[in-house]
Write a protein that binds this ligand. Structure first.
Ligand code: GSH
Length: 204
């Protein structure tokens, strides 16, 4: 088994963090996105979408999509449970995982891709207005996540989950690329970020 990875990329980071939480070690192969190594014929034969992360299984088949890859590892090793333990938890975590991905990560990612010179290798045509709109959407989402965290430790409730991993990595992208920062008055979000950032998996 091997995980095709790029250290600076957010989606591979989600999987690395998930694996660290599970205590699972998987050999990694670096694919340099900035050099376009994910667009070579060799890589596209493995994943026609040309995206990271990509998991190669021992039978030579491949799995794409961060959450699908995480679900695979969760099925192999259920402990600690990061997708929930019962119907209610599973649904709540799914809900917040999707929100973290669609409403927080995607706007931050698009704001970065459409505004930063560093992102031109991935996004040659950049639309400044789209970047501005995505920044606004991300800031709005941070506001309602802050409210959500007013009386809970984690996004889906008492339990740390895949939803926290996605939101944490999304905010990391915003900060590391200087695209968007968490406003200082969002105290619940700041507190949650501090706590998640102290987990050993946060450096994965
Ligand atoms: N929905 C996919 C997104 C994967 C994705 O977009 N990965 C980025 C790196 S964070 C990538 O490979 N980008 C290459 C490109 O845009 O050309 C997932 O959840 O894994």
């Amino acid at each position: 088994m091997k995980l095709y990875n790029f250290a600076n990329a957010t989606n591979p980071r989600r999987v690395r963090m998930f694996l660290a939480e599970k205590g699972i070690e998987v050999p990694m192969v670096t694919v340099d996105l900035m050099k376009g190594e994910h667009r070579t014929a060799e890589f596209l034969a493995r994943d026609p979408a040309g995206r990271l992360p990509l998991l190669e299984l021992d039978d030579g088949s491949f799995l794409s999509e961060s959450v699908a890859i995480c679900r695979y590892f969760d099925a192999i090793q259920p402990e600690p449970p990061l997708f929930g333990r019962n119907g209610r938890e599973i649904a709540e975590i799914e809900m917040w995982q999707r929100r973290a991905e669609l409403e927080l990560y995607l706007p931050i990612s698009n704001a970065f891709r459409h505004s930063s010179p560093a992102a031109k290798a991935l996004q040659p045509v950049q639309v400044a207005e789209w970047a501005a709109l995505c920044r606004e959407r991300a800031a709005e989402c941070m506001g309602w996540i802050d409210a959500r965290l007013a009386d809970r430790d984690y996004l889906a409730g008492e339990m740390f989950s895949i939803a926290d991993i996605t939101a944490f990595c999304a905010l990391g992208l915003g900060t590391n690329t200087r695209t968007i920062e968490v406003a200082s008055d969002l105290e619940n979000l700041q507190r949650w970020r501090q706590i998640v950032g102290e987990r050993p998996s946060a450096t994965a």
